[in-house]
Design a protein around this ligand. Structure first.
Ligand code: IPM
Ligand code: MN
Length: 358
């Protein structure tokens, strides 16, 4: 919490349905700031596919330095159907994660009461864990290249970069988080030590070394393929999962599905000592764009995570309660077009429950 409780937030609605869901997240933010008496100053950035198509520029030179001056960033979605895959994702989203050194990607997998999960016989008491994904290294580091590109003898190499420093700071964050969360106090390392015998050898050694500083946390290990299996079969075994960038990307889409879909899955790109960026993890959903039917709850959840991160825990809890009320009592489904309410109506409901909360 800032002493003057005056937060400067950079808002990046981005592409596709991003602007629609961010609008609703800002409604919740405004309702809760009024309720709890803090100020939010919003500065909008028009970064994304449309700007790139107009100007040819993905990320203006001064943007990163400007962004460093904010308390947090709220992002909608990046990805445009008219832009070749990779340009915006790498040039904007990954570039921001890297240059702002947001080395943690925090992704809760929580099934709210009243929400359908495709997992038979599993309920909210079974699906409640959080994935700590390393967010600046691994296969995402951009290391590798082509040899003899375009010829029959072409070679493509894409290397996974794992530094002791990068791995260790991620592991420490995960142990600390697990302790603070104070639920099962169990941290599972998700890797592939049976095949990736360099990368995950480093991870595993660092994991056990760091674990010595956290005797109160139970440690566990699962290969990534087995992690996918357990997430479906016994999700209740998990409390906190820590993993590398690529595996974290993959298992959190599976996580989103078991918690009710992309409409509810939020995440935070965290730099514990810098500027963090919060986003719904679902993407830009071009086919739903502009129709006022996309589910804004993931973006609202991102705003909640942002407030939690800023130290406004009470307000974060208020948003959490409002969202739980909406999914349990109002929405027919979490899927776009099937909620029984429009995007803006869902945002209105959340804002009203925030206003009515005690
Ligand atoms: C995510 C997304 C991104 C990733 C893409 C858009 C680069 O899938 O946030 O999970 O792979 O990290
Ligand atoms: Mn992903």
């Amino acid at each position: 919490m800032l002493e003057d409780r005056n937060y400067r937030i950079a808002v990046m609605p981005g592409d596709g349905t991003g602007p629609e869901v961010v609008r609703e997240a800002l409604k919740a933010l405004s309702a809760v700031s009024e309720k709890d008496g803090f100020k939010v100053e919003l500065v909008h950035y028009d970064l994304g596919g449309d700007r790139y198509l107009k100007t040819g520029e993905v990320l203006p030179g001064t943007a990163v330095d400007e962004l460093k001056t904010f308390n947090a960033i709220l992002l909608g979605a990046i990805g445009h159907p008219d832009v070749k895959p990779g340009i915006l994702e790498k040039g904007l989203l990954l570039e921001l994660r890297f240059r702002l050194d947001q080395y943690i990607n925090l992704r809760p997998v929580i099934l709210f009461p009243g929400v359908d999960t495709p997992l038979k016989d599993k309920g909210p008491e079974d699906i409640d864990f959080i994935v700590v994904r390393e967010n600046t290294e691994g296969l995402y580091a951009g290391s590798g290249g082509f040899l003899r590109k375009g010829t029959p003898h072409e070679v493509a190499v894409q290397e996974s970069v794992n530094t002791r420093m990068g791995v260790e700071r991620c592991l420490r964050y995960a142990f600390e988080f697990c302790r603070k969360r104070n639920k099962k106090r169990k941290l599972t390392l998700c890797g592939k030590t049976n095949v990736l015998t360099f990368a995950f050898d480093l991870w595993e050694r660092a994991f056990h070394e760091v674990a010595r500083d956290y005797p109160d946390i139970e440690t566990d290990y699962a290969h990534v393929d087995a992690t996918c299996m357990w997430m479906v079969k016994n999700p209740e075994w998990f409390d906190v999962i820590v993993t590398d960038n690529m595996f974290g990307d993959i298992i959190t889409d599976l996580g989103a599905m078991i918690q009710g879909g992309m409409g509810i899955a939020a995440g935070g790109n965290i730099n514990p000592r810098g500027v963090s960026m919060f986003e719904p993890i679902g993407g830009s959903a071009p086919k739903y764009t502009g129709r006022n039917i996309i589910n804004p709850l993931a973006a609202i959840g991102a705003a909640q995570m942002m407030l939690d991160h800023l130290g406004e825990e009470k307000s974060a809890a208020r948003i959490d309660q409002a969202v739980r009320k909406v999914v349990a009592g109002d929405l027919k489904s979490l899927s776009a077009g099937q909620m029984g309410y429009s995007t803006s109506e869902v945002g209105d409901l959340v804002a009203r429950y925030i206003q009515d909360s005690v």
